[in-house]
Unconditional design. Structure first.
Length: 232
């Protein structure tokens, strides 16, 4: 990697700021002062800025408990975004993105990362990653609904049936929905297709990863190495 690119990623400085920094002869690579931005930093090299060692930031993997009323976007003129809840001092903060999306009024487990390949493994339709939602309904959930979800149903303006989904009745108007797809507003539209209406929707699980019960709405934590690896 070029030295100027290394410095930009390690410090969050612009390329112009990095150029000025190099001119001051305060950057060393393996103990040798370097002024050229084009210098190739060897793999495993030790880079110092004066007495401070510089390292490239590793990937970020976050579990976020999304509150209802915020959007999965970097900027929005009408609503608070999920990124406004993050208090992170990272050079690559602007590269963070949500792994898939939850709509404005859906709450619950949302994954956030800057690792595009990891994100793709979760969201790719080919992977059929499990998602579990808890839904509160306007009308009672029936055993007929359970059968219909398991068989696949026709959504409005769709040409193919939904894949088989597990509908688990928790209470008269409360259910868990297990799906392996990610169609637009899918859970809400599935209940609409059987003549019911979702009044509240909360995602509890993605893959084998369940929302941490200790996270209040708007709170987040880093994933463990094991949790990240569970999607590989």
């Amino acid at each position: 990697m070029r030295l100027d690119r290394f410095l930009s990623q390690a410090t969050g400085m612009s390329r112009k700021e990095v150029t000025r920094l190099l001119k001051r002869e305060t950057i060393t690579v393996d103990g040798v002062a370097q002024k050229r931005g084009a210098f190739q930093v060897p793999e495993g090299a030790t880079v110092f800025w004066d007495d401070t060692r510089l390292e490239l930031p590793g990937p970020t993997y976050l579990m976020f408990n999304k509150p209802a009323g915020c959007v999965c976007a970097n900027d929005d003129p009408m609503h608070r975004t999920v990124f406004s809840y993050l208090d992170l001092d990272r050079p690559n903060f602007d590269k963070l993105h949500t792994v898939g999306r939850l709509d404005l009024e859906t709450s619950g487990l949302l994954l956030i990362t800057d690792d595009g390949q990891w994100s793709h493994r979760i969201t790719s339709p080919r992977r059929q990653c499990l998602k579990v939602y808890r839904a509160w309904l306007a009308d009672p959930v029936t055993e007929t609904d359970v059968s219909t979800f398991a068989e696949g149903l026709q959504l409005r303006n769709e040409t193919t049936l939904t894949a088989p989904a597990k509908l688990q009745i928790i209470a008269e108007r409360e259910a868990l929905v297990h799906i392996h797809e990610g169609r637009y507003h899918q859970v809400r539209r599935m209940f609409a297709a059987v003549g019911n209406k979702v009044e509240q929707l909360h995602r509890e699980q993605v893959g084998t990863l369940k929302l941490d019960a200790d996270l209040a709405p708007g709170e987040y934590r880093s994933l463990t190495t094991e949790e990240v690896a569970s999607f590989y």
